[in-house]
Design a protein around this ligand. Sequence first.
Ligand code: GLU
Length: 392
Amino acid sequence: MTDHIAPSSGTGPAGAFTRAERLVVKIGSALLVDQASGELRQDWLRALIEDVAAIRRTGRQVTLVSSGAVALGRRALGLGAGPLRLEESQAAAAAGQVRLAHAYQAALQAHGLTVAQILLTLEDTQQRRRYLNARNTFNTLLNLGAVPVVNENDTVATNEIRYGDNDRLAARVAQMISADCMVLLSDVDGLYTADPGVSADARHIPAVSDISPAIEAMAGGVGSDVGSGGMRTKLMAAKIATAAGCEMWIADGRGLHPLRALDTGARHTRFAAQGNPATARKQWIAGALEPAGRLLVDAGAVRALMQGRSLLPAGVKAVEGRFNRGDAVIVAGPDGIEIGRGLSAYSDADARRISGYKSREIEGLLGYRGRDEMIHRDDLVLHAVGDHARAG
Ligand code: GLU
């Protein structure tokens, strides 16, 4: 049991959390909405957003994944206590989401920050085109300084095609935007060796380096019954996030200023990232995707790629295969030997139209202003020089 639990990082100021350039914070319903009255906890939200503003002032980017739509909406619609039918919770989500967004807007605006709402479905995180669209929108918003507030699009997501819990949704968002740290604010301060509510000798686990079966067994019956995510979904989220190179923290968010508290050493469980987001993404591109086509590039383009630049349409001599925007393609040099793989920013038809042309000519050729690059360098993996064997 000891080998997969990293040594305690102590209670000093939280290293990676403080350093994270791109942070995702998941906020559970039970924190945001008072269980008894069904009302928004305004003081708590104000304090949380003060913490977010402090992080933004240091130039770091924050994305919030917030639950609470169903909890707020059920009160607004006069739905009583007890379990809701699917169509009732979808209706509640519709009524609650607008209130939730408004609350975030008011709280963030007080600090001069712009909120941007993104509602996602499971398919948006699974289908590559939609995934890439969402990813581009996130990147644009974050680079413009906005604070995205994300929730599942509960109103249109039916049971079979929904996450149902925002823990995993937050992990997918972290993966999508290559976040380096994600914090699940919950009503427990982390993972325990057993259910602390049941077992007096349950020990808190400060850090997990590998989510082994023993760790999963610990999550068995543990977890709160508010919201949809118990400890199980938190571990599933941890697997998604850490495999994407993002470390994940579980922390108690109930007090005011929960992020500030973490910064000054509040107790939490920290799941170590496997590698970093850029490497994880490149591994995914290099390994997991079946190439759907091939771009033959000229010698000048090969040199530019080797220097770490993006592939521009001007350097592409021929386009083979049928593919959509966002599909993986092989990049081959003038000799036809594969030099790498990447995600094409254009479909094969559009790629044929613009290959050999300058990026500023794209709009004239296609009638829309697409990306300047055929494959952006972040979406490109080159094989090591001399590693041409795998080109086959
Ligand atoms: N999307 C749901 C809501 O906003 C919450 C899901 C969850 O509890 O994680 O109410």
